[in-house]
Ligand binder design. Structure first.
Ligand SMILES: [Zn+2]
Length: 183
């Protein structure tokens, strides 16, 4: 049985960026990916003092809202344009709840402007594709990969993302296309 992938923009995420990413993700996965209508930015996790959102409750509320919409998917990726953090971090690129098969990524830390560098939309889009491939793989229950060029390699630093290709290594692709997590 084929799994169904859904990508859901959160709030005022640039639709052109998300559409471009969805097309490239579908190409890598070699299957259609449903781009769903945007959902509102959750109230949960909103930290006014930091100007950020706490990733775990943020994703939990998104998941609840999406579940109530009655549209099912086997793996759901939310794409937000607000800065996320987890306890003990300055900020994170995203957060995965593998048990619930959902993940959220933020475009904020993928933009050069975030680091006070000259804007580079091409680079930012490539980063979104690679981060999304990572989050989708993890949401499907796959472990991180040790291969630096693989989309499932760790995404701790921006350099990790830039190092990757827009694809899974042969071993991860095998895991994704056979066995329990088959796409
Ligand atoms: Zn891999």
């Amino acid at each position: 049985m084929d799994l169904r992938m859904a990508i859901v923009p959160v709030g005022r995420t640039d639709p052109v960026d998300v559409e471009a990413a969805v097309a490239r993700i579908a190409k890598v996965l070699n299957k259609p990916v449903d781009l769903r209508p945007p959902v509102a930015v959750p109230k949960a996790g909103d930290d006014h003092a930091r100007g950020q959102h706490l990733a775990e409750p943020f994703l939990a509320e998104l998941r609840g809202t999406f579940a109530r919409s009655g549209v099912a998917a086997d793996a759901t990726l939310f794409v937000a344009d607000v800065d996320l953090y987890r306890p003990g971090t300055d900020g994170v690129f995203g957060y995965v709840d593998a048990a619930a098969h959902v993940a959220v990524v933020s475009v904020r830390r993928l933009r050069e402007a975030f680091y006070k560098r000259k804007a580079d939309p091409v680079k930012a889009r490539a980063r979104l594709v690679k981060l999304a491939l990572y989050a989708i793989g993890r949401a499907l229950g796959l472990p991180e990969c040790r291969e630096a060029g693989c989309a499932l390699f760790t995404t701790t630093a921006l350099a990790d993302i830039d190092l990757k290709r827009e694809q899974y290594c042969a071993a991860c692709w095998r895991r994704m296309t056979t066995g329990a997590h088959r796409i």
